[in-house]
Design a protein around this ligand. Structure first.
Ligand SMILES: [Zn+2]
Length: 338
């Protein structure tokens, strides 16, 4: 098969479009012909090299995958079935898996992290990772499971969003940001967002009633002014160091900040007086659970939440696609199509 792999860590130039071995059939696994794979910041971290995770090299990235089942194994699905892939890989045996908290599995992995991912014509996955998609959903729309699941886990499971609450979404034009804006609106929240000025209009169009410039100004103070002094009941963070201080200060009394990434850096400080006196909750979030994606998928399938697609690249141009993500030029998802 053709795949995009890197044999050493580095810049986008280490990505090679080349021949790679087809994944071998194995019990309990299916082989899927990849039709679309969306990019995530995780792909960039993998390519640059991670502090705590040693990747097997050469490596194939890609966690947001849709395609057609080529070899269904014992799944009971017909060959040719259109699917999206659960992005999480779990052992199914540990206490966390037994309790349904599989994203805390002791052996938890993500497609394209320690295993090979979707920057390829073929991918092998456990049978339980196949989620059939209806004919009305195209492959590019369906290449959204990781982003969508991440936003769902943050808003619904970690922050327990309620109707009428005020939700502030950082970087509303990113993949997670656009999913979070749409989900928060779906659950009846009032949504505010931050974005670069060039992305403000499109972010508002997704459902944010006001969009702050996250490069200039103090969105914490501006949000408070627009909400009668209240601030945000929930802040959806994934920018990290560059916005952390303002994100914490934007919280209302009793507010919850949920963070799933730190694309600008991971050093942060908290004024502990604010933390206890205002009874804030700072919540970490990583991926989401199998059952959550199954529960949330109908929203994606019937279009109540739909990904905004920035640009579609052929697989051979994965390096250019990553350059675009790295430059933060995108609005919505960047997708590779095979
Ligand atoms: Zn487990």
């Amino acid at each position: 098969m053709k795949a995009v792999r890197f044999h050493e860590h580095g810049g986008p130039e280490v990505l090679r479009f080349e021949d790679a071995p087809d994944p071998a059939p194995a019990p309990g696994r299916a082989i899927v012909r990849v039709r679309a794979c969306a990019l995530n910041h995780l792909d960039l971290w993998e390519r640059r090299g991670l502090d705590r995770v040693k990747l097997p090299l050469p490596h194939i990235s890609g966690s947001d995958v849709s395609g057609e089942v080529l070899d269904p194994g014992d799944s009971g699905l017909p060959a040719g079935q259109r699917v999206m892939l659960q992005p999480g890989l779990r052992c199914g045996k540990c206490a966390a898996c037994a309790a349904g908290r599989d994203n805390q599995c002791v052996q938890y992995d993500v497609l394209g992290l320690r295993s090979d991912g979707g920057y390829a014509e073929l991918i092998a996955v456990p049978l339980e990772n196949l989620i059939p998609i209806p004919p009305s959903v195209d492959f590019i729309t369906a290449a959204f499971p990781l982003t969508f699941l991440t936003a769902w886990h943050m808003l619904v499971t970690r922050a327990a969003v309620q109707p009428g609450e005020i939700v502030l979404v950082l970087a509303g034009g990113s993949g997670v940001g656009q999913a979070a804006i749409q989900l928060a609106r779906h659950f009846g929240a009032r949504v505010f967002a931050t974005a670069a000025p060039a992305k403000a209009d499109r972010t508002r169009a997704l459902g944010a009633e006001h969009v702050f410039d996250h490069y200039a100004g103090d969105f914490a103070r501006e949000l408070r002014a627009l909400t009668g002094g209240r601030g945000a009941d929930i802040v959806i963070e994934h920018v990290g160091e560059a916005t952390w201080d303002r994100s914490v200060r934007a919280l209302a009394s009793g507010g919850r900040l949920v963070i799933c990434g730190a694309t600008t850096g991971h050093a942060a400080a908290v004024d502990l007086r604010h933390l206890f006196a205002r009874q804030l909750s700072l919540l970490g979030s990583y991926m989401g659970r199998f059952a959550e994606l199954v529960a949330a998928a109908p929203l994606l399938f019937d279009g109540r939440v739909s990904p905004v697609i920035d640009e579609v690249f052929p697989l051979a141009r994965a390096a250019d696609a990553q350059r675009r993500l790295e430059a933060r030029e995108q609005f919505g998802k960047i997708v590779l199509e095979m």
